[in-house]
Ligand binder design. Structure first.
Ligand code: FAD
Ligand code: NAP
Ligand code: SF4
Length: 677
């Protein structure tokens, strides 16, 4: 079956009148940090050109500011700056002249991270450190003029169009909502007046760029704010935008300050597309939907349902630049899926680090991390088929080396086989599926159920040996640690040991939180059930009250267990979790009644329970089960046996360093070694 038979909607071109998109998949806007990096334009050119070659119909760049007050990052306001952007647009069009690239104009308004940020009424956002300056009427005119100028410079730079972001709490959206727009002049008050600013921006941009230029408006179709936009207001704005001359409406969900997750891994795939579908029925211009659409079959379903005309994927294009091409060629099982972890993309962005991807460390490093074919193939043994061993084997064999991959377990995946059992982390199975397929594609010899010993390796004549044997859980030295109440997280996740009604979790790192999620969870995983997700987060998709959430109480099922999640540090529990997702885990567990306790000292374990001090005050937790999640140490038995051998040995992943090890570091380290070996 051809691609058009398998994906009749996805590969249908979209006629915009003066131009056409070759398919329905676009790369959504995502700030990468390359915008401000040294040689950033060359790096962006390589990054976007690789995605263009990979088959997307259209690319929207990361947000670019129209002036200094709009943000602290890259700006486009002059012809000199436009000339630099040419490097990017030329590279994309050279890669595939049918691919369109549009510049996102981002005016961050009150969220711009500096003292001269501006907003309609000077209302400070709860997620910003700065109180914005209230715009005068002249100031408003200046912002419009600057945004129009930015669009003209984008055209001069060779972009095929612009996307104007009117959502997320940025400037345009802050005019729409009463909470942030308390003006009494013609720019505030009635909804007609509150719409004036975004409408004027779009109307004047259209006037300046002419009719034959793509103009996209990104609307907050459900802003997730208490007292946010009503459905009627969303529809009214979208219709007026149509009249003002946009070619495409792109739906966006949530303001950054809202307390509802919209892209984390526990959000079901395509959870918000139904909202886009309702809006599409009201409009005649094409509608884009986005959020947690990471595989082509999901995209096709959304289009077939009539929920959208176009699918935006941002993070999935970091994870696999060839997603579309693989889909076209019927190689969907070779797609390296985005698992929505945010660990190397959004967490990096909000920590001021360069964006990349946990499952694809080449993302945003295209010029520096390359996987060149080898001139002379080596015979390489890889011991351990966890994320580190798998990524090493895939890259090394992909370059042409002769790789044998060993694991003592019955299957590949290492600790990802535990991670994927946690409710809300089902996407981790996709990574295992990807590597399983890579083993076939790259003809890696796989030896499961094989505990490798030093003697085996010495006898086998390998040119290189890569030890990726992972970690062993740390067992704290506490009086009574061998008591029958004590179990390991592995035994709990695998279901080997029963967990009682009163439970203490010793250690509140990533795994402690995951275990608390597992044992406090009831019903279906929110990642697999939109209704369960909506109930848990207080979203009313059906009636769409203001913001989708106004006065909707989250329905949280309290855990029937009494659970204590503890750490020794005096810092708030969960502070070390991912910046963009940690809050969801803390909030969920707190709502379920899990007691999170810091500043704990563990004294002993006996029949009475766990003896501790909290802030120096003695206490006894009369628990039935104590689950140890106290971090890990490298598992290096094999390495130690081989240390003095003649073999060329390399140590990667948890076996190299277990402290603060995560899959991001394991895959990155392994891929970088495999790129040069
Ligand atoms: P491992 O995954 O431990 O793999 C080591 C492999 O070596 C194992 O398969 C083992 O069987 C094999 N092995 C050992 N000795 C031998 C031998 N002598 N012969 C043959 N085979 C051998 N990380 C994140 O980044 N994000 C997350 O959200 C996340 N969630 C997690 C949730 C849970 C519940 C757990 C347990 C871990 C999670 N992690 C997460 C951590 C992540 O899984 C690890 O950092 C990662 O698996 C480490 O990779 P590795 O390849 O070094 O080791
Ligand atoms: P971790 O995040 O380092 O947490 C270890 C926990 O154990 C901490 O709470 C630590 O807190 C405690 N601890 C350390 N030494 C101890 C000791 N001797 N006695 C008692 N408690 C001790 O490690 P992890 O939870 O094992 O996770 C392993 C890796 O997987 C981490 O890198 C983590 O980021 C990653 N992971 C990530 C996610 C995610 O969602 N991103 C999920 C799961 C795992 P105190 O020292 O304060 O007691
Ligand atoms: Fe997706 Fe995680 Fe990669 Fe971000 S880091 S693109 S969320 S897989």
């Amino acid at each position: 079956m051809g691609a058009m038979d398998r994906y009749p909607h996805l590969f249908l071109p979209l006629d915009l009148g003066f131009t056409a998109l070759k398919n329905r998949l676009l790369m959504g806007s995502m700030h990468t940090g390359l915008e401000e990096a040294e040689n950033g334009f060359e790096k962006m050119a390589a990054f976007y050109a690789e995605r263009a070659r990979g088959g997307v119909g259209m690319i929207i760049t990361g947000g670019i500011a129209p002036n200094a007050e709009a943000g602290s990052g890259a700006k486009l306001a002059t012809s000199g700056e436009a000339a630099q952007h040419r490097i990017v647009t030329d590279a994309v069009h050279r890669a595939d002249s049918d691919v369109k690239i549009c510049l996102q104009i981002l005016h961050e308004g009150a969220l711009a991270p500096h003292k001269s940020c501006v907003s309609p009424s000077g209302v400070k956002s709860r997620i910003s450190a700065f109180t914005p300056i209230e715009l005068s009427e002249d100031g408003i005119e200046k912002q419009i003029t600057d945004m129009v100028n930015c669009a003209c410079r984008a055209k001069e730079a060779g972009y095929d169009g612009v996307e104007i972001i009117g959502s997320a709490g940025y400037l345009l959206s802050s005019f729409l909502v009463e909470k942030t727009n308390q003006r009494t002049d013609k720019w505030g008050g009635s909804y007609e007046n509150r719409m004036r600013f975004p409408l004027e921006v779009v109307r004047r941009i259209r006037q300046a760029v002419g009719l034959e230029y793509i103009v996209i408006f990104r609307i907050a179709a459900m802003d997730m704010l208490q007292g946010g936009m009503s459905w009627d207001e969303v529809v009214q704005l979208a219709k007026r935008m149509e009249q003002a001359g946009v070619n495409i409406i792109s739906t966006h969900f949530t303001w950054h300050e809202a307390s509802v997750p919209t892209i984390a891994t526990m959000v079901p795939r395509a959870a918000f597309s139904g909202v886009a579908g309702r809006l599409r029925k009201e409009l005649s211009v094409p509608v884009i939907t986005s959020n947690r659409i990471n595989m082509p079959d999901v995209a096709e379903e959304v289009l077939a349902r009539g929920d959208a005309d176009l699918i935006s994927m941002a993070r999935p294009m970091l994870a696999d630049p060839d997603l579309v091409q693989k889909t076209l060629e019927g190689r969907e099982d070779e797609i390296n899926s985005c698992i929505a972890c945010n660990q190397a993309c959004l967490d990096h962005l909000f920590n001021g680090q360069n964006v990349s991807c946990l499952v694809n460390p080449r993302a945003c490093h295209e010029l520096e991390l390359t996987y060149e074919p080898v001139i002379k193939a080596k015979k390489i043994a890889v011991v351990g088929a966890g994320p580190a061993g798998l990524s090493f084997a895939t890259v090394a064999a992909g370059r042409g080396h002769d790789v044998t991959l060993f694991d003592k377990a019955v299957d590949i995946g290492g600790q990802f086989n535990l991670a994927r059992k946690i409710p809300g982390k089902e996407e981790f199975s996709e990574t295992i599926r990807y590597y399983r397929r890579m083993i076939d594609v790259h003809h890696i010899t796989l030896r499961l159920n094989t505990e490798v010993t030093a003697d085996m390796l010495r006898a086998a004549g390998f040119d290189e040996v890569v030890i990726a044997t992972g970690i062993q859980p740390r067992l704290p030295e506490i009086d009574g640690i061998s008591h029958a109440k004590v179990v390991s997280y592995i035994e709990v996740i695998k279901g080997y040991k029963e967990v009682g009604q009163k439970v203490a979790i010793m250690g509140a790192g990533g795994i402690g939180f995951d275990v608390a999620e597992l044992i406090s969870h009831t019903g279906k995983s929110t990642a697999l059930d939109i209704d369960a997700f909506a109930r848990e987060w207080g979203i009313d998709f059906k009636n769409h009250p203001r913001g989708g959430v106004t006065d909707v109480e989250p329905v949280v099922v309290k855990s029937d267990k009494e659970i204590y999640l503890m750490q020794r540090k005096a810092t708030p529990v969960g502070r070390g979790l991912g910046k963009t997702t940690g809050w969801t885990h803390r909030l969920t567990l707190a709502r379920r009644g899990v007691k999170m306790i810091n500043d704990v000292d563990y004294l002993k374990i006996d029949d009475e329970g766990l003896h501790i001090t909290i802030g120096g005050v003695p206490d006894i937790l009369p628990v039935d089960t104590i689950i140890i999640c106290a971090g890990q140490t490298p598992f290096r038995a094999l390495f130690d046996d081989l240390k003095d051998s003649e073999l060329n040995i390399h140590l990667i992943g948890g076996a190299y360093e277990a402290g603060e090890l995560d899959a991001k570091r394991a895959i990155n380290q392994a891929s970088r070694l495999a790129a040069v070996i």
